[in-house]
Structures are given as structure tokens and as C-alpha cells.
Design a protein around this ligand. Structure first.
Ligand SMILES: NC(=O)c1ccc[n+]([C@@H]2O[C@H](COP(=O)([O-])OP(=O)(O)OC[C@H]3O[C@@H](n4cnc5c(N)ncnc54)[C@H](OP(=O)(O)O)[C@@H]3O)[C@@H](O)[C@H]2O)c1
Length: 218
């Protein structure tokens, strides 16, 4: 991790490539940019209106590129594309050695072609096992507003390497979440099942999309 811009804290401000500029990618881009992180949007169409409007917010902190160019500029890669495109999109990003890959995708909704889990598709495409599952378990509306009447929504993450997870915990906290490390990638599918429960509550139980999870402790 050589190009983190150190402003004095442990992780400071980061160079983040966001691959996929839809609901999740677009909102996290805005939240992280507002926190001072440098965002490289990786998009199939840098001239798309929604991409342009993100860049116009602060051209010093957000720029739009072809996915492989965005990835080459960053230490952290957020994959926020449909899960069935996980292999093909990751393959296109080129050498991801030394980078942390954040996987927000949910294979339970759109199974990756030839793989059961998105992490398997990412590893097959890149050889990089530095994957942290995060930002997948609740709706996109939470990615730019974590506040529930003064209480922070919770974000659970998992991955193989503690050092990667420490970075992603910080990024989740920067967005405003209370973040929990729930273990290694064996927890990937349970985290996706939580996304299914979120969907059942949002749509099946009629609570709507502005809901999240909270761990209570006493
Ligand atoms: N929406 C939610 O509430 C939510 C919540 C948790 C997790 N997730 C997961 O997060 C991932 C992204 O979800 P999203 O709602 O942000 O999706 P989305 O709004 O459909 O955006 C996905 C983006 O991926 C890019 N992309 C690259 N290759 C693609 C391809 N082959 N086909 C389609 N799009 C492609 C597109 O950006 P460009 O056009 O800029 O390339 C597209 O805007 C999904 O895996 C989803 O399961 C979603």
C-alpha cells in the first residue's frame, strides 16, 4: 500500500477505484469523496449523465475512467457490479496484485457464471485473495445515510486478512456505519443471506428500503 495519502491517522485518506457506478457504487463514491478520499470511478461510459454529475461535485476528488485505468490508480477496489459479471469485470481490471478488493455483490440474487460465490470468481479472475465482503447486506440507501434517529446503522464485514479488514472497517466508519468484523470468507454466504432477510423485511413485510440492522448489547 504505497499511495495512501497519509494525513496523520493510521489509514488516512485512500485512493479508491469504484467499479460500477450504479446504486451502490455511486452512493459510496459520494460518501467517501465527502470524507476526503480520492475516487476513481471505473465505468463503461465516463460520459454517462449520472457519472458526469458525480464528477462535477468535486473534480479534484472524483474522476471517471475505463475500469482498468481506474483500478490501476487505486489501492482499494470496490466491485459494485452485478454478481453474474464478477469474473468478466474483474478479469478486465488487469493486475490487482497488492490491492484490497471490496466485494459488495450478492451471488444469492444473481449467481456468477461458473461460480457459486463472488469471491471465487474474483480469485479465479485476479489471483488476489485480499477480498473483503462489505456493503452487501443492506439496501443502497444506507450507503449515503447511515443515521436512524441519531443511531448508526451496523455494517458487518468478512475477509481472510485482518490488515485488509482494518482498512475496510475504517472505510465503513467513514461512511457513518458502526462496523463489525465477523470473520473470514466462510461468512460470505451468511452475509448474503442477511441481504436476503433485508429484502424480505423491505419488500415482503412492507417496511420499505430505508431499513438497516442493529446489534443490541447489554
Ligand atoms: N442496490 C442495492 O440496494 C444493493 C445492496 C447491497 C448489495 N448490492 C449488490 O451490489 C452490486 C451492485 O448493485 P447496484 O444496485 O449498485 O447495481 P446497479 O445499480 O445495476 O449498478 C451496477 C453497475 O455495474 C456496472 N457494470 C459493469 N459491468 C456490468 C455488466 N456486465 N452489466 C451491468 N452492469 C455492469 C454498471 O456501471 P457502468 O455503467 O458505470 O459501467 C452498473 O451501473 C450487485 O451485485 C448487488 O447485488 C446492491
Amino acid at each position: 500500500m504505497t499511495s495512501l495519502r497519509n494525513l496523520g491517522s493510521n489509514f488516512s485518506l485512500m485512493n479508491i477505484a469504484i467499479i460500477g457506478t450504479g446504486n451502490i457504487g455511486g452512493r459510496l463514491a459520494k460518501s467517501w469523496m465527502e470524507h476526503g478520499h480520492r475516487i476513481y470511478l471505473g465505468t463503461r461510459n465516463p460520459l454517462n449523465t449520472s457519472v458526469r454529475s458525480l464528477v462535477m461535485i468535486n473534480e479534484d476528488l472524483i474522476s471517471a475512467h475505463a475500469p482498468e485505468v481506474a483500478a490501476s490508480k487505486a489501492d482499494i477496489i470496490l466491485l459494485a457490479v452485478p454478481a453474474d459479471a464478477a469474473f468478466e469485470v474483474t478479469k478486465q481490471l488487469g493486475d490487482l496484485n497488492g490491492k484490497i478488493i471490496i466485494d459488495s455483490m450478492n451471488a444469492v440474487f444473481r449467481k456468477p457464471i461458473d461460480f457459486n460465490k463472488t469471491s471465487d470468481a474474483i480469485i479465479a479472475a485476479s489471483g488476489n485473495e485480499h477480498i473483503v465482503k462489505a456493503f452487501n447486506m443492506i439496501g443502497a440507501e444506507n450507503m449515503d445515510n447511515t443515521n436512524y434517529n441519531g443511531v448508526k446503522a451496523d455494517m458487518f464485514i468478512c475477509g481472510q486478512f485482518d490488515s485488509d479488514k482494518a482498512v475496510v472497517m475504517k472505510l465503513a466508519q467513514d461512511v457513518g456505519f458502526r462496523a463489525f468484523d465477523i470473520g473470514n470468507l466462510e461468512m460470505e454466504t451468511p452475509l448474503e443471506h442477511l441481504a436476503m432477510i433485508w429484502g424480505k423485511l423491505a419488500f415482503g413485510s412492507g417496511l420499505g428500503r430505508n431499513i438497516a440492522f442493529k446489534v443490541l448489547q447489554r
